[in-house]
Design a binder for this molecule. Structure first.
Ligand code: G3P
Ligand code: CA
Length: 233
């Protein structure tokens, strides 16, 4: 049985702390936020690490592509200072570390598989293998159909959600074929027609950073929102 918290800290609450870090997770937990979302990509040696961009410059003091550095090299980088000097030294977490910390805080978890270009299947498979013993609560999502299909093949019971910007005409076929449990959508593209099309299917929206938009979506039947500002709720 799938259940979502209403408010989920997007990228662990990326407006309050460096995104996709344990520091962000700790702040979300301290605020009483019941769920977190984060992004997972593979290092050059195929270890799942928690980072959003394919390149390192925006969020870390590194340079180049995540997929070209080993775990050891990535772990030497500072993923905190670009957000604020108070977070200097905050590392890029591995999937294992963030899952362990989430479990300590009993956080609901949305693991977004974020493959670097050309690594869709490998990333889906590796993340699903890493989650083989995981029993939630939470869900695994991706914009990449290939990554989700690889995850499904690897772990037939893994709870999966399709992630789109707009709800595409073929969503129902994707949903049935994958055995998905929910749909995640960009809030700005969700209208009453979208909600009507989804019917009883669970759906969640990113990225919602104000009450007016949250209220609009919940009134349409939205199950949950992803927010960079869990402190607002
Ligand atoms: O998983 C929802 C949302 O995080 C997708 O967009 O770019 O923030 O990963 P992005
Ligand atoms: Ca994400």
């Amino acid at each position: 049985m799938l259940s979502y918290p209403r408010i989920i800290a997007h990228r662990c609450g990326g407006a309050l702390a460096p995104e996709n870090t344990l520091a962000g997770l700790e702040i979300a937990a301290a605020l009483g936020c019941a769920g977190i979302e984060f992004d997972v990509m593979l290092s050059a040696d195929a270890v799942p690490v928690v980072i959003h961009d394919e390149t390192l410059e925006r969020t870390t003091n590194g340079h180049g592509r995540v997929a070209e550095l080993s775990l050891r090299e990535l772990q030497k980088l500072d993923a905190g200072r670009n957000h604020h000097k108070a977070y200097a030294g905050e590392p890029i977490p591995g999937l294992e570390a963030i899952m362990a910390r989430a479990a300590q805080h009993k956080l609901w978890t949305n693991i977004e598989i974020k493959p670097a270009a050309g690594h869709d299947k490998e990333t889906g498979k590796t993340v699903a293998q890493a989650l083989a013993e995981w029993s939630g609560p939470g869900i695994v999502s991706s914009f990449s159909g290939a990554a989700l299909r690889a995850a499904r093949t690897t772990a037939p019971t893994l709870p999966l959600a399709l992630l789109y910007e707009h709800l595409p005409p073929h969503w129902r076929d994707d949903y049935d074929e994958l055995g998905a449990l929910a749909i995640h959508l960009a809030a700005r593209h969700v209208s009453s027609a979208t909600a009507q099309a989804l019917g009883k299917v669970a759906w969640a929206c990113y990225t919602v950073n104000d009450h007016i938009e949250a209220d609009r979506l919940f009134a349409l039947g939205c199950t949950a929102i992803f927010t960079d500002r869990p402190d607002l709720w």
